[in-house]
Ligand binder design. Sequence first.
Ligand code: ZN
Length: 136
Amino acid sequence: MNRLKEKLVKFMSGRYGVDQLYYVMLVLWAVLMVVNIKVDSLILVAISDVFLVLAIFRSFSKNISRRSGENQKLLKVWNLVRRKVKLFFRRFKEIRVHRFRTCPHCKKTLQLPIKRGKNTVKCPRCQEKFEVHIFL
Ligand SMILES: [Zn+2]
């Protein structure tokens, strides 16, 4: 058993292994397989198998910098989506106290107190002033 473990460790040394993109691909493969139970499509099986083959290929790949770059792209998108979802729920949670507006110059989301009507706001990040309309 130890001999098999040593061979496996030797085989995997210098290879990329698993990361977040690997798990995303496995989840996509599983979801497509579950959907395929209802749909029963050969094309869906082919697409899901592509995800599985890519996940396995990536984990055994020796081009670590490229695989890491691919994972970083996924994490960038993931963090953006997570931030947007968090802000969405925060808007509802603080609906009685704050309004959220995006600075047109630096695109930072600002948390503003509720002052109904037309207001001039100074962005704390870029120091630019811009008009804000708060109706409700
Ligand atoms: Zn700004």
